[in-house]
Ligand binder design. Structure first.
Ligand code: SAH
Length: 230
């Protein structure tokens, strides 16, 4: 905890102000959902990046977190979470459960734990899973569970989920994730085109047990969804 505080780039007050400005920027970009905006305003993003990058933590940019992985930019995190919750009765959120594939440093997982009653996140790289644990521990989030494994398999033990968010681009949406959606649930995931030229955000809904509907949304850029663990 002392180490954490020593790493912070500025006083708590300065980072509070920077975060408030970030939230104003998100509003200007069209993010409207108050629960999402409140969560973005609550999570200290500067504690999820290296000290050398902490002064840029509240800019709307993706930042490197090591070994070619990145922390997604705030507007992407907010927009994707808003897609998961905008058609949902806000009163249902405290009892809703979300799965994130691709914990990375844990930032988005922490935001999700502010929005949903229960959050589960899975990461395939052991060192990042451990780093996320270290980042989250002092924040005391009993409703967030970080797991290690190949998220292409989902996290069966905690399924089904009201919402699933994938933070890395695969060539498809893996079947286990579609099966682990609740009926009435929503999934958002970046999907790479077969020729590898681009990625688009996909939103899937499951209106019935054997029924899934797909909407293809804007072009995006995410790190690849890989197989297995390491
Ligand atoms: N959610 C993070 C973004 C991390 S980048 C944030 O808050 O910014 C995407 C992450 O997905 C990387 O850490 C990468 O290792 C992980 N990843 C890629 N393929 C995966 C898989 N099959 N299962 C779980 N995690 C995966």
């Amino acid at each position: 905890m002392v180490d954490r505080l020593a790493r912070a780039p500025s006083s708590g007050l300065t980072s509070d102000r920077a975060r408030e400005r970030m939230v104003q920027g998100l509003r200007a970009l069209g993010i409207r959902h108050e629960t999402v905006l409140a969560a973005m305003g609550a999570v200290p993003r500067h504690l999820f990046v290296d000290q050398g990058l902490a002064s840029r933590a509240y800019e709307d940019v993706a930042l490197p977190i090591g070994q070619g992985q990145t922390i997604s930019k705030p507007s992407t995190v907010a927009r994707m979470i808003e897609m998961l919750v905008r058609d949902r009765d806000p009163k249902s959120l405290p009892t809703a459960k979300v799965l994130e594939v691709g914990t990375g440093c844990g930032y988005q997982a922490a935001v999700l734990a502010h929005v949903f009653g229960e959050a589960v996140s899975v990461e395939r790289l052991r060192w990042l899973h451990e780093a996320a644990r270290t980042n989250i521990r002092p924040m005391r989030m009993p409703n967030l569970r970080l797991t290690f494994g190949d998220g292409r398999q989902g996290v069966e033990v905690a399924a089904p989920y009201d919402a699933i968010i994938v933070a890395a681009a695969g060539e498809d949406i893996p079947d286990p994730l579609l099966m682990q959606m609740k009926v009435g649930g929503t999934l958002v995931a970046p999907v790479a085109s077969a020729d590898g030229t681009g990625q688009a955000l996909h939103r899937v809904e499951r209106p019935g047990r054997d029924e899934w509907t797909l909407t293809v949304l804007d072009a995006v850029r995410f790190v690849p969804l890989r197989r297995g663990t390491s």
